[in-house]
Write a protein that binds this ligand. Structure first.
Ligand code: MSP
Length: 506
């Protein structure tokens, strides 16, 4: 089966921050998990470089939008690399091949009769690159998101007949109850549609930085139309000489934050319908990480800056933290302090120590060879159906719930060590068989949780699996008892070492 997952393409008007890292990490967890299942995966991320927000930021810096794009697209690429993210392509809307596809599709929408000339008047927020309705405005005609005062603008440009798609969109939602998940976001999008849709302008007359409108080159295509089409255009040129659209379109899931729901759940499917292109299977929405100022942490200061965290603690720690701390789909606070607590108690102690103790005991009591023994029945029961449950959770985009399931088993393994006390068993020759069972169960349990953790924490899981002498990460082998003893264990070192606080810069 083919599986195509995307992140939003990020605006290059600023440096990447944790919020951007969040969606990219989540998409990578899904992509890696699907590869474990043997699916044919394509994973896309990239940057959104046209339009007002970028033009204005460049002006403030006294450079061209292209220069700003080059600079920050590079930073977003570095972020993906730093996070150990396995995107198959990185799209930039300034790629000439992208512009070609945008022009083609928009021309088709025009040829199909869904575009007309009109005059727009509205409250325009340059930071959103979007017009606001009266009812969306806050006091003093301010943008509800950016809190800046908006101006009433007039412009002659080209309109997309969004209103004429109301019925087809309602039909789509009725037919596909999982088109938008989670449910509350589906309801939100549907009630927006039912509230009545208004046509909107798909071009800008005032702006120069964008893809020219094919039939009226004095205007450029509205940045959101241009941007949304990235999901489709990338497949046309990501692999020279190959059109991946046959293999991967329609997209399996567009992962986005709740701020851009309307564009993805309403405008995007309507645009595709207008161009006779299949709509994506799903739009998956997550909440916001609340990145307020917090109590200072020893090593991180008061904000979670992704590059800094990765440098000090490694990519896995950050990947783990954002998925674990905030229930995927909801909003939630993150803080440097909270990060350090989870790093120490969960990663270093519950997982890291469990791994090093287990390996040390196998080394000491069994000459470094995992004993061959039947799987402990109580643990086998605790692990029963685990891979299936994780699979279901991830199919439903419940990343935090999937990780919770895995982590419960890590706690189970810790409890097992405490109860069985292998160090006591080792003192009594009559209990050698039980010691074999216990050590095998621990190695096997660690193997299974590590295979399942691989999409979340690839580097640590791989290191531990290598130390256990069992490197297969396919989901098929994530069953307790699937792999017999007999492997020779190796060195692990510390999976999550202590990080010393640096002296503050003088
Ligand atoms: N360029 C548009 C998207 C076009 S997609 C066709 C855009 N870019 S953005 O740089 O503003 O990125 C928005 C996305 O970044 C959000 O939808 C979300 O995925 C992510 N996040 C940015 N800040 C965030 C948080 N504080 N918390 C969680 N995710 C957030 O909008």
């Amino acid at each position: 089966m083919s599986y195509y997952v995307t992140t939003p393409i990020y605006y290059v008007n600023g440096e990447p921050h944790l919020g951007h890292a969040y969606t990219t990490i989540a998409a990578d967890v899904l992509a890696r998990h699907m590869r474990q299942r043997g699916e044919d995966v394509f994973f896309l991320t990239g940057t959104d470089e046209h339009g007002e927000p970028v033009t204005q930021a460049a002006e403030r810096l006294g450079i061209t939008p292209r220069e700003l794009g080059d600079r920050n697209a590079g930073r977003f690429r570095e972020l993906a690399r730093a996070l150990n993210v396995t995107n198959d392509f990185f799209i930039r809307t300034t790629d000439p091949e992208h512009a070609e596809v945008v022009a083609e599709v928009v021309q088709r929408i025009y040829d199909n009769g869904h575009v007309y000339e009109g005059t727009y008047e509205g409250w325009y927020c340059p930071r959103c690159a979007d017009f606001k309705t009266e009812s969306e405005l806050e006091e003093g005609n301010t943008c509800p998101i950016h809190k800046i005062e908006l101006e009433l603008e007039h412009e002659d440009n080209w309109f997309f007949r969004l209103a004429s798609f109301q019925e087809r969109l309602e039909h789509l939602y009725a037919e596909r109850p999982d088109f938008v998940i989670p449910q509350n976001r589906y309801n939100e999008a549907l009630s927006f549609i039912k509230g009545g849709l208004r046509d909107f302008s798909l071009s800008r007359a005032r702006l120069k930085w964008g893809v020219p409108v094919p039939w009226d080159r004095s205007q450029v295509i509205y940045v959101w139309i241009d941007a949304l089409l990235n999901y489709y255009s990338a497949l046309a040129y990501a692999r020279p000489g190959e059109d991946l659209r046959d293999r991967f379109w329609p997209a399996t899931v567009h992962l986005i934050g709740k701020d851009i729901l309307k564009f993805h759940a309403v405008i995007w499917p309507a645009m595709l319908m207008a161009a006779d292109i299949e709509v994506p299977r799903r739009v998956g929405i997550h909440g916001f990480l609340l990145l307020g100022e917090h109590k200072m942490s020893k090593s991180l200061g008061n904000v979670i800056e992704p590059f800094r965290v990765v440098e000090l603690y490694g990519a896995d720690a950050l990947r783990f933290y954002v998925v674990r701390e905030v229930s995927f789909g909801s909003d939630g606070e993150v803080s440097p302090d909270g990060f350090e607590t989870r790093y120490t108690t969960e990663l270093a102690n519950e997982y890291g120590n469990l791994a090093s103790r287990t390996l040390a005991m196998i080394d000491r009591y069994r000459d470094g060879i995992v004993p061959e023994a039947p799987p402990d029945t109580a643990l086998a029961a605790a692990f029963d159906q685990l891979a299936e449950v994780v699979r279901e959770r991830l199919d439903d985009l419940e990343l935090t719930a999937a990780l919770d399931e895995i982590w419960r088993r890590i706690k189970e393994l810790n409890r097992f060590v405490q109860e069985e006390q292998p160090w006591q068993l080792s003192k009594d020759d009559a209990r050698a068989e039980r010691l074999d069972e216990v050590l095998y169960a621990l190695a096997e349990g660690l193997r299974v949780v590590s295979v399942l953790l691989h999409p979340f924490m690839p580097e640590s899981a791989e290191r531990l699996l290598a130390a256990l002498g069992r490197e297969d990460v396919s989901l098929d082998c994530a069953r307790f008892g699937a792999v017999p003893g007999g492997a020779t264990v190796g060195e692990l070192g510390q999976l999550f070492p202590r990080v010393e606080a640096e002296a503050p810069a003088a």
